[in-house]
Design a protein around this ligand. Structure first.
Ligand code: PCP
Length: 381
């Protein structure tokens, strides 16, 4: 049997490090249950990157629904930097302490994937990126991966289940297996053209048998107007300079009048590859580099107990508000209720949950993605 926790098991608090369960047992036996404020922040960001995208809040709110706690947070999709409290939970410790492991699991991975997708978006300078990476991860989290890739800036996803859950049309055309089974690139794309509805773009995979530039020309001549693009999936598998291969493909298509045929590249891409290949690429498919993104190393820290400011070494005590200026990187953290030093900064922190009830709606994924993209205009990778 595939060993995954069910939603009910997650909501029961069982997906928890045992020391939180032991802490709960001790506190209950000694009749200690205090009001606490716990904040979530990251001391540093993965690989020392300067900014990240906050995600996972909607899942946290779902987890905490009907538990008598208050949740304040910066909006999902907000850019944040290290040491910024992205979320605060206030309430009786025993009501939510055992969920620390689960809550971190919900925001650390989601934010890591959304951040990496956003970094790819910046690197691609507006060229569409498709999320191809669910095959690298456990299938039970495929929609989590694709949702975060999408809100981070990917323009599409490839998995049928994610498409259903997220309300997106999955993208993807020809795998190598189809071409191998037909024994020829042109035969395979022609069969695709015969069978698959006309609204799906015809994109021929051209790296299976022969040199990409000759295959590109063959499929363009065979398909004529109906060919949307060609895909090269194995940038690292051939000897030679991949950028030069792309330049050749572009050239050979252009000089034969196929300027409209797009070039799509996928397979083992990282951010530096994208920056390097942008000149000749119209869109990318990215798997591992996004789905296996480094997590954001958030921690949960108590910063107030019974209204008294208290925090462990290295953490600033007290509940806080986050403000942002014109650039998403102009962030100021102030003690709750105080004003930032710059007058034109606006408050990012808002209350999302009061005593277990949602008091501020989370926008849909499309809106969150738009919000992320609007902030990315100011950022670099
Ligand atoms: C897969 C697919 C994508 C790849 C994965 C993206 O490649 O074609 O381009 O994943 P990555 O970024 O993790 O490399 P293959 O396994 O070559 O696909 P297939 O043989 O099924 O066409």
């Amino acid at each position: 049997m595939i060993k995954i926790a069910s939603i009910d098991e997650i909501k029961s608090g069982k997906v928890s490090d045992i020391y939180f369960i032991r802490t709960e047992k001790i506190l209950r036996s000694k009749r200690i249950d205090k009001n606490v404020v716990a904040e979530f922040s990251a001391k540093s960001l993965p690989g020392g990157i300067p900014w990240a995208v906050f995600s996972g809040l909607s899942d946290v709110l779902d987890l905490l629904k009907d538990i008598p706690v208050d949740v304040e947070a910066i909006p999902e999709g907000s850019i944040f930097t290290s040491d910024v409290p992205v979320m605060t939970i206030s309430g009786k410790y025993l009501d939510f302490g055992k969920f620390e492991t689960t809550i971190l699991g919900l925001i650390c991975q989601a934010s890591g994937i959304a951040t990496q997708a956003a970094r790819f978006s910046v690197a691609a300078k507006g060229r569409p990126i498709l999320s191809f990476g669910t095959r690298r991860m456990h299938p039970s989290i495929c929609a989590v991966i694709d949702r975060n890739a999408y809100i981070g800036g990917c323009s599409g996803i490839s998995t049928v289940f994610s498409g259903e859950v997220l309300g997106l049309e999955p993208s993807g055309t020809v795998p190598h297996s189809l071409i191998l089974l037909f024994g020829d690139t042109v035969e395979a794309i022609k069969a695709f053209d015969d069978v698959i509805p006309g609204n799906v773009p015809r994109i021929a995979l051209i790296d299976t048998f022969n040199d990409e530039k000759f295959e590109a020309v063959r499929v363009a001549e065979a398909m004529g107007e109906s060919l949307y693009g060609v895909r090269l999936d194995t940038p690292a598998s051939r000897r030679g300079n991949f950028k030069k291969i792309l330049r050749e493909v572009r050239w050979e298509l252009d000089v034969r009048g196929y300027k409209n045929v797009k070039i799509i590249v996928s397979g083992g891409l990282d951010i530096e590859d994208v920056k390097e290949l942008n000149d000749y690429v119209d869109s990318y498919g990215v798997g591992t580099s996004i789905s296996n993104a480094r997590v954001v190393d958030f921690s949960m820290d108590i910063v107030e107990i019974e209204g008294k400011k208290i925090a462990k070494r290295g953490k600033m005590s007290g509940k806080k508000d986050v403000y942002v200026g014109n650039s998403p990187l102009d962030i100021e953290v102030v003690y709750k209720g105080m004003l930032p030093t710059a007058e034109d900064y606006r408050k990012l922190t808002r209350k999302y949950m009061e005593k277990g009830k949602i008091v501020t709606d989370i926008p849909d994924d499309f809106e969150i993605r738009r919000y992320v993209l609007s902030q990315l205009r100011e950022l670099e990778v």
